[in-house]
Structures are given as C-alpha cells and as structure tokens.
Design a protein around this ligand. Structure first.
Ligand SMILES: *Cc1c(COP(=O)(O)O)cnc(C)c1O
Length: 454
C-alpha cells in the first residue's frame, strides 16, 4: 500500500516557534511613527497589544518557546497531516511529486487558530477583558472567537460587508463561540462613518475593518486588538506548520524543491515556508518558495515596496512593505482572505531581497484549480487555498514539459465548506476573469504621501 498520509504524534509537536529574522542578513526596516517619521518603540503598541506579544513582535531570539497551555490546546487538532497527492499527480500526468500540508482540520477550518490560541492566551495572562478584530473571509474571526471562548474573553468582530452578506454560516460559527459580529463599515466608529459618508454602499475591505477594530480597542483600556496576519508575531506563531512539515517530509524520505502557499498578508505562507527557508539561509539549500496571490489584489507582483499604513484610515504605524496603497479597495472576489492591500514586513523584505518569489492568478483559474483538486483528492479547498493549487498545477505542468521530477509542497491552509456560495457562482458562470488595471493601481499609489524607501 502507498503511504498517502504522514502523521506525527502529539509528542513530536514542535516546542518552539521559529523567528526567521534571526537568520536574515538584511533585517526588516523598522516601523515608523506616521507623525514624526521616527522608528516607533514597542511602547507605541501597548494600547493595542499585550506586552508579551509586543516582545515577540520585536524579538531577535531565533527560537521562542511555545507555552505548555498553548501546546496543550494545539493538540486538539495538531500536529496536522501531510499528504502525498497521488491522485492529483495522476490527473495532471506529471512526473512531479506533490505533497500538501492540511490545516483545514482545525476547529475553525484553517491555519488561523495557530495564532488565535496564543494571542488569546497572552491577552488572558495580562487581564484583558475584550478583544476586537476584523475578518475578511470569516476564517480569522472564527478562529479568534473559538480561542477567546476558551479563555473567557469577549470577542467583537468587524466582518467585511461582502463576506457578512455572502457567508451567514461563518457569522453563525462566531456566534456559536460567543462572539459579537458587525457588518463593516458600521456606523459605530468614526472610521466606519467616514467611509459610509463617501460611499454608503461600500462593500468594505480588510483595511476598513481593521481601522474600525483598532478604533474600538484604542478607546477602551480593557479592550485590546488582535490581527490575524501581517504582523511578525502572527507569522512567528504559524511557523509550527512548516516545522511539522519539515519532519513529515523527512518521514516521507523526501525534501521539497518548491514550497507554495496562498498569500493574503503572509501568515500561512510564512508558516509553511520559513522553516524551509531556514535551510536555505543556514544550510545552503535552494528551495524555491512561491507566494500565490490574486490578480485582483496583486501587491507582491504589481505593488511597490515603500512605507504605508496597515489599515485604510491610517491608524497604524507606517510599515515598510509591498503595497497597492492603503486606499486600494480590491474587487469583491470570493477569496476574501486575500483582499488585503499590503503584506507582512518580513515577507516583504524577503521578496525585496529575492529570497522568495511571487505569482498572481485570476479567480477563474483558481476555481478551476480548486475543483480539479477536489475531484482528485476529495478535500474541497477554501478559495484562498486554490491560489496555491493554481501555482502548483503550473509547476507540475512545467515539470512534465521539462521531464524533470520536482518535489512540490503546498499549504492547503483551509477547507471551503463555508465557501460553497462561491463554488455555486463559479458553476453558474457568474465569475468573470478579473485583473486589476494598471490605472487602478497607479491611481491608488498616487494618493500615497508616505515615505518612499531608497
Ligand atoms: C486568512 C486566510 C488566508 C490569508 O491570510 P494569510 O495571512 O496570508 O495566510 C489564506 N487562506 C485562508 C484559508 C485564510 O483563512
């Protein structure tokens, strides 16, 4: 019998998260205060985040210990399985060996609880009563609701309007775990009202929802804010995924030539790729790591590397990153988790230094890839995850043409069980090929007044 699934025991779960900045020659540039344009110190983040997470945000330690209580909760679904995709290989008739790490086995159905659990844990340790957040596709809101419920913290979620309307069951999941969910933009915040004044029918965006959630947290001392991607500590927590995958690839007697993950803000990409990049940075390996983003929101492939705000209204520090401009409102594509104008600072620096690659895919190509995968392997991917599958298919076909046997690993970062509306739209031919125009990007970037990077 073929071995399809590589499984680790609970005891083999990693005991540390991996901080890639310790291995990088060019460290990421510091965040700047938007008023003074001086590097901000950790204390500037104190109104929004608990101290322990701020420490992790700036740490130079290579290995950060995972608290026992967090590992204990991780064990509800971790270690996650790694599969060899024999059926996909057969359908593609490729000499490439394809593996995937499956994060959809978590209670929320994606990789997001890997950071939601430790974030809620550190907030609880520091006596926080309520956490606000944003959610796009609903995956992050679900994950944080689940984590807050465990620790007895109230959770308030600003859900991007298009998703709120199209994904009622995601909202109900959050409600089941005890969270309050608002359709963003709301009229409860100044940020939301300012957007509604300009466009009463705004479909919302992650940038807007972030502004709303931050405003709420900043105005109440018992309330903190949590972000599901982009920030260093979030990427750090996700590295448990890739560390497990390194061990599982060893079990399979293989090593990837190519690692692929979908890219929204960079957390699942970082999660799977950083432990493999460590082998490049420290052991001279040459594993290609490719981030797959939507053609409708292509910050890595068509954005600029400069300082920009992480949110739409301009409440965050300025972050040195690839961005389409904080005013950019992506088309309401179904991959809600990828509708973000910017990218994590660490991932941006890695791309700038050409240590990783990026590629974009149109939504039709992604759904084709997702359906092909579901038919072959059984698991129905989240629309976000189908971006990685689109890249994998291109690489598998390239291997067929060149006759080279490549080993490809990707992160199947979530299932699509709550995204079936998007599949219905795809089957009904309601989805159109969509790519943002050069004018739209130029227009959004022309509004940036934030400092350029030499
Ligand atoms: C949130 C999410 C993403 C995008 O965010 P990253 O931080 O880039 O991982 C991608 N896929 C799924 C399933 C998500 O929930």
């Amino acid at each position: 019998m073929k071995t399809r699934k590589f499984v680790l025991s609970e005891k083999e779960m990693p005991e540390h998260w991996y901080n890639i900045t310790a291995s990088m020659t060019n460290k990421p540039l510091p965040p700047l205060h938007p008023g003074t344009l001086q590097p901000i110190g950790p204390e500037a983040l104190a109104p929004l985040f608990p101290m322990e997470l701020i420490k992790q945000e700036v740490t130079s330690e290579k290995w950060v210990e995972i608290p026992d209580e967090v590992r204990d909760l991780y064990a509800i679904w971790r270690p996650t399985p790694l599969y060899r995709a024999y059926e996909l290989e057969k359908v593609l008739d490729t000499p490439a060996k394809i593996y995937y790490k499956y994060e959809g086995v978590s209670p929320a159905g994606s990789h997001k609880p890997n950071t939601a659990i430790p974030q809620a844990y550190y907030n609880k340790q520091e006596g926080v009563k309520r956490i606000t957040t944003e959610t796009g596709a609903g995956q992050w809101g679900s994950a944080l609701s689940f984590a807050c419920q465990h620790f007895g913290i109230e959770c308030e979620v600003y859900m991007v309007k298009v998703s709120y309307d199209s994904k009622p069951y995601r909202k109900l999941m959050m409600n089941t775990w005890g969270a309050k969910v608002h359709s963003s933009p709301t009229n409860h915040t100044q940020a939301g009202r300012s957007i509604l004044d300009m466009d009463p029918n705004s479909p919302g965006s992650l940038g807007i929802a972030i502004s709303e959630a931050i405003e709420r947290a900043a105005s109440d001392e018992h309330t903190k804010y949590a972000l599901g991607s982009v920030l260093n500590h979030v990427l750090l927590h996700q590295t448990i995924v890739g560390q497990e995958a390194v061990k599982q690839m060893e079990m399979a007697g293989d090593m990837p030539d190519i690692v692929v993950a979908p890219f929204g803000g960079g957390s699942n990409f970082a999660g799977i790729s950083f432990p493999f990049l460590r082998l490049n940075l420290e052991e001279g390996k040459h594993i290609r790591c490719i981030a797959a983003e939507p053609a409708s929101c292509p910050k890595l492939t068509r954005g600029v590397f400069r300082y920009d705000f992480g949110d739409t209204v301009g409440m965050t520090p300025l972050l040195p990153m690839y961005t389409l401009g904080h005013n950019f409102v992506p088309a309401p594509i179904h991959a809600g988790g990828l509708r973000y104008h910017g990218a994590g600072v660490i991932v941006s620096q890695l791309l700038k230094d050409k240590l990783i690659e990026a590629r974009s895919h149109d939504q039709l190509e992604c759904f084709q890839a997702g359906v092909l995968f579901a038919k072959a392997e059984g698991i129905i991917p989240a629309p976000e995850a189908s971006h990685a599958i689109a890249t994998v298919i291109q690489e598998a076909i390239a291997a067929k043409i060149s006759g080279e046997s490549k080993t490809i690993l990707f992160n199947l970062c979530g299932h699509g069980h709550f995204d079936m509306q998007s599949y219905e739209d795809y089957f009904a031919n309601k989805l159109v090929k969509h790519e943002v125009t050069a004018e739209d990007i130029a227009d959004s970037l022309s509004k940036l007044t934030t400092p350029e990077i030499a």
